[in-house]
Ligand binder design. Structure first.
Ligand code: 4NP
Length: 151
């Protein structure tokens, strides 16, 4: 399984999803490749937001080594599963992929928690630290569901 988590900036939500799923996959001895990317270029090369790093650290997960990357059309060939953290991200993935992209690889991340709900992980970028804690909780539960379903 090659999995890509995608948000807008690749500094708040998808780095947490990458870190948490990597951690859980390792615990379950699953040899999965898990990465993350952003549809926008604003933060390429930056490490995750300090509050994303902090909430992961408080849960025993170190994501400080991650560097923001931009999602590209080539990712459709490289990954089996592409998770959009939100509706605007899903729309951008579809636009970047173009008409011949295999959209069956793309799903809303939160659909692994509640199938077909097409819900978005709220963007914590403009808010306080509490937002990152709430986002972590959602991501943690959803990663548990992914492990349960695919392992
Ligand atoms: P993310 O959050 O998509 O979860 O990484 C954001 C980070 C930065 C911006 C927007 C969302 N930005 O506009 O710079």
């Amino acid at each position: 399984m090659r999995i890509l988590m995608v948000c807008l900036g690749n500094i708040c939500r998808s780095p947490i999803a990458e870190g948490v799923l990597k951690h859980k996959a390792a615990e379950s001895e699953l040899d999965w490749t898990i990465d993350s990317a952003g549809t926008e270029s604003y933060h390429i090369g930056e490490e995750p937001h300090k509050f994303s790093q902090k909430i992961c650290r408080q849960n025993g997960i170190n994501i400080s080594g991650q560097k923001a990357m931009q999602f590209s059309k080539a990712d459709f060939a490289h990954y089996d599963k592409i998770y959009a953290m939100a509706k605007d991200v899903f729309t951008e993935i579809k636009r970047i992929g173009g008409p011949d992209a295999d959209m069956s690889k793309v799903d809303y991340f939160l659909n692994e928690r509640i199938a077909g709900s097409n819900e978005s992980v709220p963007d914590p970028w403009y808010g306080s630290e509490d937002g990152y804690i709430a986002v972590y909780q959602m991501i943690d539960e959803t990663c548990d569901a992914i492990i349960k379903r695919y392992k």
